[in-house]
Design a binder for this molecule. Structure first.
Ligand code: FER
Length: 255
């Protein structure tokens, strides 16, 4: 039984040390332009340290700003850090729609835009991660990178994370969307995946129409004996669920 976030977890506290959020730009060879991402540096950030990185992905209606506009990740993580409940970490929120116009506008379900969420794997692996690792004092080993996201970003986290276990060992999918590949495709070799993973987290609101996608992945993982967390919580396809997920998932990272 996993207890949901305690009251006030997402309320700004004056009397603690705060992290810093900045917008960065990087050159994407994948898309052929300059792309934006948002970077959270933890409280007491020092370039003398070496930090692990969580890549935190948005949904179909969002962009690199979505988590910070709706999910208060900086407040949630600052509070957890003040209470000594998380490891200090850098959190990168990219734009997961890897195409030249990556704004969330027009018909979001258009096939070109859905394909752009697939193309993001190359943008992340070839362009963004190398950029982050050249600009920030971050660890460059597989056990010091995490990937998680909500909905389309949850599907991307499973699709990209499980295919690149030489780069990520902490993977989280919050309310994963229909872009999620089939569990058999995601985990063709259960023994190998089990031996490489540090954490595989699946969660979804019990009122979410997409819950069957996560439940099917969970069922397969269970059948195959692959260690993972399956957390069904009360709520729909919405921010209270994803904020609660970030609060719980981040506490398990890099420990
Ligand atoms: C779909 C329903 C929902 C779908 C994607 C979503 C690709 C994504 C929702 C979200 O990101 O919030 O059929 O197909």
């Amino acid at each position: 039984m996993i207890a949901s976030a305690s009251a006030g977890f997402d309320q700004y506290r004056d009397n603690i040390t705060h992290g810093v959020v900045e917008t960065i730009e990087y050159n994407s060879t994948t898309v052929g332009n300059v792309r934006k991402a948002m970077v959270y540096l933890p409280p007491c950030f020092s370039s003398e340290m070496t930090y692990p990185v969580l890549y935190l992905l948005h949904g179909i209606g969002g962009d690199e700003k979505e988590w910070h506009t709706h999910g208060s990740p900086a407040i949630i993580l600052d509070n957890l850090y003040a209470d000594d409940l998380i490891q200090p970490m850098i959190v990168v929120c990219p734009n997961g729609r890897a195409m030249s116009n990556d704004r969330a506008e027009g018909d979001l379900f258009e096939s070109e835009k859905i394909r752009a969420f697939e193309r993001f794997e190359s943008d992340l692996m070839q362009d963004l991660i190398p950029h982050i690792e050249s600009c920030y004092p971050v660890a460059q080993t597989r056990d010091r990178r995490a990937i998680a996201g909500l909905s389309m970003g949850g599907g991307q986290s499973l699709n990209i994370g499980l295919r690149n276990l030489d780069h990520f060992t902490w993977i989280g999918a919050f309310s994963a969307a229909p872009n999620t590949k089939s569990p058999e495709f995601l985990v063709p070799d259960p023994a190998e995946t089990s031996s490489l993973l540090s954490l595989l987290w699946l969660s979804c609101g019990d009122q979410d129409n997409l819950i069957q996608i996560s439940a099917d992945v969970h069922e397969y993982l269970k059948q195959q004996g692959i260690p993972h967390i399956w957390y069904e919580e009360s709520g729909g396809h919405d921010w209270p669920v994803w904020k609660n997920d970030l609060y719980l998932f981040s506490q398990r990272l890099f420990k």
